[in-house]
Design a protein around this ligand. Structure first.
Ligand SMILES: NC(=O)c1ccc[n+]([C@@H]2O[C@H](COP(=O)([O-])OP(=O)(O)OC[C@H]3O[C@@H](n4cnc5c(N)ncnc54)[C@H](OP(=O)(O)O)[C@@H]3O)[C@@H](O)[C@H]2O)c1
Length: 383
């Protein structure tokens, strides 16, 4: 197996390192040589002996001996071009690129099918957590009913800091930034866009339907205050950025919402930069996947597994239908903080100075919105 790794940043270096260190064991596992032939980067890079450094990805793709092209550049322009060209050149492709798979999966899978090649993207969701392979292979007896996840480690880290150290949002964000946890474009993390890409991919796999990633509504964590954090804790909840997808009779309910999660639920106890995916199925019932969702070696672990998997002849099917009805999940219990009492059916009500706190009964958001003043804050409640 001859491999070309394109993009030698955080993850790319981890992949080259693991493949170098674990070479003998992996070769024994699949009964053939595992060779990283190229490392492709626009920068000058140092690579282990024997790996050809190139700045031109075409050199990798045009090499007839290359079996697997690994795209670890990120973004949706040049990365898409590389992947499509690699597939057209009959190379198997491995990527960690969630934005690309969420937005252009349909075109990429079609190209992979036409060229009889693997397109594997385990690292695009939950970093190293083997959840996509499980959906594709281990859950086939089941129909997926619902998928719930904490899919963005950065926001979970910020929310954990706010809770544990009683920090406000900006203080916690500054710490996350100083540790290099926040994407160059912070909106991807803070506004739930990254989590939306990941729930889109999980939902595609779980429901065998293409979901237009642009239609996924996101309500990120920027509006969470110390007050909300303290009220959530007082009533036995944690605030989490929850990505959810649910099979409806006539489509898919899917969204990313800052939510209060009952502390009794396993998902509420996922702290720091950890991720979790909970899949609700008909026969297996609930199954949880938990682990680190980012980091050099964590992510490279999933990429290397995918590379080795291209050794198998069986390709994953990507015969999905287009989902015609993508909508947010708006029927829910809600937490409301407002400055005046409102007329809403509630499970809990509490007031202190100018704060009126409601935990509503399950209701439609369109029935709640007319009751709220401009300064009201509302989040979904789970459990
Ligand atoms: N980091 C994680 O923990 C993590 C977790 C899950 C998934 N992912 C995904 O993994 C992918 C890679 O992420 P990363 O964190 O490793 O990114 P990164 O550190 O920014 O690395 C990307 C590398 O690609 C290089 N590059 C850009 N254009 C190129 C081109 N045309 N040819 C060759 N190299 C090029 C960049 O070089 P310059 O710096 O010179 O532009 C950079 O070194 C992304 O899709 C990301 O979403 C990352």
């Amino acid at each position: 197996m001859q491999i070309g790794v394109i993009g030698l940043g955080t993850v790319g270096y981890g992949v080259v390192d693991i493949l170098t260190k674990e070479k003998k064991r992996l070769e024994k596992l699949i009964g053939q040589e595992v060779v990283v032939k190229y490392g492709c980067s626009l920068d000058d890079v140092e690579l282990p002996n024997g790996i050809i450094a190139t700045k031109d990805y075409k050199e990798v793709i045009n090499d007839k001996d290359i079996d697997v092209v690994v795209e670890l550049i990120g973004g949706t322009t040049i990365a898409k071009k590389i992947i499509l060209e690699a597939l057209e050149a009959k190379k198997h492709v491995v990527t960690a690129n969630k934005a690309l798979i969420a937005h252009y999966g349909k075109e990429i899978y079609q190209c992979a099918n036409e060229n009889n090649c693997h397109i594997l993207y385990e690292a695009s969701v939950g970093g190293g957590i083997p959840v996509l392979v499980s959906q594709k292979e281990s859950l086939v007896a089941n129909n997926t009913k619902k998928i719930t996840g904490i899919l963005n480690g950065t926001t979970n880290f910020i929310l954990t800091l706010m809770e544990k150290d009683n920090l406000d949002f900006n203080e916690a964000l500054a710490i996350a930034e100083s540790l290099g946890y926040v994407e160059a474009n912070p909106a991807l993390d803070l506004d739930g866009i990254d989590a939306a890409h990941k729930i889109c991919i999980l939902a595609q796999n779980g429901f065998n339907q293409f979901i237009d990633a642009d239609k996924i509504q996101c309500n990120g964590i920027r509006s969470v205050t110390k007050k909300d954090m303290n009220y959530a804790m007082k009533f036995g909840y944690r605030i989490k950025l929850i990505a959810q997808a649910k099979k409806l009779d006539d489509g898919i309910g899917i969204d990313v919402s800052t939510s209060l999660v009952n502390k009794e639920m396993l998902v509420a106890n996922v702290m720091d930069a950890y991720n979790v995916v909970e899949i609700d199925t008909d026969y297996l019932e609930n199954v949880l996947y938990y682990g680190k969702g980012a980091g050099r070696y964590v992510t490279a672990s999933a990429v290397v597994s995918d590379i080795i998997k291209t050794h198998q002849n069986d390709l994953w099917s990507h015969e999905y239908e287009d989902c015609q009805n993508v909508q947010p999940i708006t029927k829910a219990k809600y937490y409301i903080r407002c400055s005046k009492p409102i007329d809403v059916d509630y499970i809990e009500y509490y007031s202190k100075q100018d704060d009126h706190i409601y935990f509503t009964k399950e209701m439609e958001l369109e029935d709640l919105k007319p009751l709220l003043e401009q300064d009201s804050v509302y989040f979904k409640v789970h459990g």
